[in-house]
Design a binder for this molecule. Sequence first.
Ligand code: ADP
Ligand code: SF4
Length: 686
Amino acid sequence: MRDPRYDILFEPVQIGPVRTKNRFYQVPHCNGMGHAHPSAMAGMRGVKAEGGWGVICTEECEISPLSEFSPYVEARLWDERDIPALQRMTQAVHEHGALAGVELAFNGYSAPNRTSREIPWAPSNTPVRGYDPIQARAMTLADIKALRAIHRAAALRARDAGFDVVYVYAGHDLGLPFHFLTRRNNRRDDEYGGVLENRVRLLRELIEDTRDAVGDRCAVAVRLAIDEQTGPVGLSKDSEGTRILSLLAELPDLWDVNVADWSNDSVTSRFAGEAYQEEILTGIKSLTSKPVVGVGRFTSPDTMVSQVRRGVIDLIGAARPSIADPFLPKKIEEGRLDEIRECIGCNICVTGDHTSTPIRCTQNPTMGEEWRRGWHPERVQPRQNDATALVVGAGPAGLECARVLGLRGYEVVLVEATRTLGGRVAREARLPGLATWSRVIDYRLDALSRLTNVEIYRESETGADEIVEFGAQHVFISTGSVWRRDGLGRAIREPLDAPGSLKVLTPDDILAGAEAPSPLVLFDDDHYYMGSVLAELLVAKGVEVIFVTPAPDVAAWTHNTLEQGRIQRRLIEAGVTILPSLSVAGLRADGVVLNCVYTGRTKVVEAAAVLLVTSREPVQSVHDSLSGAPERLRDAGVQSVRLIGDCDAPGTIAAAVYSGHRAARELGEPAAHLAMRREIIMLAEV
Ligand code: ADP
Ligand code: SF4
């Protein structure tokens, strides 16, 4: 039963001509599926509608080849041929009584049109965003007229595709109307440039056009970034942000207010806590009588209620919390708060968009798999027989495997060598900024506590003999991995020799509390978070850190999680010396020999220690001794032994959870991985 404190979250809200059944609003979010995988996109959105979200939006939706977002894969409504694909989504959403929204987007100089080769448009002549060596051209008045016609026609197509909420997009320093708003992008001296009233003109016209075209049936929403968080150079709430909103206050049916750019809008938990946009959102409602939606990685219903009661927002906007738990609203409605799978704020979901591949999520391994593998976030197929299972190792892979096997009805025993459950997550969550990651463990331990058919044994190091003796029919080995001490990885291909007095450390040593002498060379050939969080940790302990990476910048892969800029800034501000584009050629008693990745030229950096963050070795000893004795296994009745997670191949926490989940789903079922559903391109007539 629902706690009456949360009743307010389930009140309907009128948005222009449409009414949402509750205040849970999935704001537009990219997913790497878009127009290339429309059924998968529809399946993912449909599951969220089933989970109780009142409004479900698409990601950015291209409206013309004059602004297409390749290589990013987004939704598409170039012409009427794109309608059926999006209809699939609106139908999936409507089936569960939710409203469907579409974010019509024309991104001007932010989209270099790599596929269509059209010249991008901008308020004034300017290079395109990123490093493509081309420029966008200043729009003529005829272009502006054409853009209005394009947007209007797209709004009509959106209505025909069944959408209830149609967006005009002026967010993230991406949408062209935003470029017109900002002085640094708009140097025009006609009626679309100069004073703010002129710079607002295009956005005003697009809202009016959209209303005129579809406003009788669809709500018109505006997504506006009112602050770029760049100080005086950019738009800020206090300078023109609030004035823009005031000038247009009553024009749309809904205000979706946030910040630019995307890295400021989707900040990871390493850099910001829940409700981090409250300061930006405060006061917006006093400017307009229209409903306001805002985000802030909300997972706590109390925070949501507080934001609504204090008049900060009307609708609880969520992208990531809806990805981590598509059933979040249902769980609040049914009083199952413990069961909420809280987003950990890692932005693995964002990496799908950045790598143009289907979305994935650390907490929710079914994300993106709803259609192609038929995985549901809350339901699994019951077991087909009464086989028993033993899971060895309680890291993220083992915990998830045991949880899903348990849900399926198997009798499961989970054994863990140490006293602590959670494996690498338990250790890493103690590192600076990563505390929220422990939700990966919390969610699973809570779920396991409700499963009477799963037993957990701590401090139970288990080897081949114990496994054979135990005699479960199915064994899952999730014994994790260890960081290499010899430097092997991407850049170093021959093991390093460690001479006398130089201390050689690995992340495992630091996580286990080893002392690090100063100065210390940290060689990061992993390029994700580990190197930089260890640098932060060591600096806080007074160690002088020299951060060496073969990449041009620190933590290079975190461009994909929108964190790279913040990480580099933090290290610079912490006084870490950063030496990019260098590898390690050798170790000496008094320091480290570095070599330039371009020229091979070497130099010596004096140090008392080197910390090697390069690659990990899977811990497969248990598995190896089992596979060496097949007859013992047969005699003991063991039918299958499967490696899962990092001990199969070390990777992200998301990959370990996924691996455990998949192995548990596939037990006793035909392996579906090779036959997953996919959309085949329809051949055009020649
Ligand atoms: P993954 O990310 O694949 O889940 P982790 O390294 O996080 O891997 O977790 C592996 C877990 O397995 C750790 O908690 C570790 O203590 C445990 N473990 C390793 N070897 C054994 C073993 N022989 N018996 C029981 N538990 C083990
Ligand atoms: Fe949250 Fe991480 Fe999942 Fe994204 S991938 S929804 S940030 S848990």
